[in-house]
Design a protein around this ligand. Sequence first.
Ligand code: 9MR
Ligand code: ZN
Length: 532
Amino acid sequence: MIHLNQVGFDKDMPKKAIITTKGEYCVILSEDNEVIFQPQLTAPFFDSVSGDTVRCADFSELKKPGAYFLFADGMKKKFYISGRPYRALTGALVKGMYYQRCGCALEEKYSGKFCHGACHTGKAVLENDKSVVKDVSGGWHDAGDYGRYVIPAAVTVSHMLYAYELFPKAFTDNLDIPESGNGTPDILNECRYELEWMMKMQREDGGLYHKVTTRIFAPFIMPENDTGELLLFRVTHTATAAFAASLAQAYRVFKTHDRAFPEKMLEASVRAWNWLEKNPEFEPFVNPPNTRSGGYGDENCDDEIFWAACELFAATKEEKYRQSMLALADKIEIHKLGWRDVGGLGALCCLFAIKNPDGDFTKKLRQRFLAEADNYVEKQKNSGYGTALVAEEYIWGSTMLVMNYAIVLICAKLLTGKDEYQNAAQSHLDYLLGMNATGYSFVTGFGENAFRYPHHRPSYADGIDDPVPGLVSGGPNKRFPDLVCQKLIPPETPPAKFYIDHTWTASANENAIYWNSPAIFVTAYFDSLGIE
Ligand code: 9MR
Ligand code: ZN
């Protein structure tokens, strides 16, 4: 097999493919089959996480834009080189969020054959007190399900806002969403759609309802046909802190585009923080009996509070936030960027948004952050398919880890200028787009062998062959296989191949907003390199 990035290589960046053939005859052919290059091949290497013996073919020297074939031992695989290979992909990943919109119709004008009626527009009732009835319409569906959850929302918006803050040139105002052409980049328009919903999830006293979902996950029907009672679940600390952080960041970013909206967000963020101060007793969320929708339970709230303190300090410069930030930093992992562990988002705030809160503090944080990036570079060098993922990390949403590692590596490059970080990040992007043990590109609609059967209700129920484009798969997951994977994948299958492109597996082939968003960060970075 030949495994490579199926979307495209940046002409100026390293170019690699992984081959599992003998590599006795490996050449690059032009589109009219002329041999034009002979890649360097590494010695064969047994990669235990995939069970493959791999060689890496390096053709970085090839820089001329065009379409080519990599030919190895009788197999042939097409690839592309261009100046800005990730421009359309970045746009599609942002548009992928638009397709997740809830509370409105997806009009044909913007969504073509993927259009559908307005969904989940009714009011929700509080799960443990039916006398509380609230309009919480709007926002994005979380994933392949129709639930809407505050923590993943906050994390997703933050990834996207950091992508915009650091690489603004990669974002346009022409993605064909309803707000396109309003003079604000569509990534911000899309974030605003979510932020407006998040504010509806806030109670008067500042606390945030954890989520709004039906009692159990909907069957595989279109969202407008999912008319079960909408339930609001109790206020939680983790949702409140993540909200405070994300809204404070959004205040900073939107301030340059607008006046009233950012002020409203800062006020909401401060109100959330005040609720946390008044309610110090942390009680992790668990689903009440008979409830089957996402839990997003988390036993530790320190990282969410750290993140909120950083963003609120950046927004207000108030001393109390700085004190919390300094007090918590040593206790938390400052490189994690997922829904459960958010310390990395606080670190991004310290490293890129707060200008010098305290010399020693920043220096230490930076050292810790770079040490983590060095660790990824080391692991990446020793892995068959070029990522820092180790065997135990093929978990539910392993693709998110791959993209989160790439974010840390990109930030390390921004902080130090060192290309080794950037090259390691590129390799993680190559993995997403096909240079992985499964051979799939994990973005719908992108790549010759893109996955096609996401565990995504609309993609199944709309009667259209193609899946909704621009969605990222959770990817191989040997740690928490659902019954479908247990049945269809032989148990001895190595972790990196514990994947099946099948509608009925949530554990390996769902999409989620917070798997799209780190990919947006990564593709936007690489796209921005090609912009003059
Ligand atoms: O991303 C979540 C993953 O870390 C968990 O292991 C998994 C099982 O609890 O849930 C994932 O989140 C799902 C959420 O609970 C509901 N919407 C779909 C999410 C993606 O599968
Ligand atoms: Zn909906």
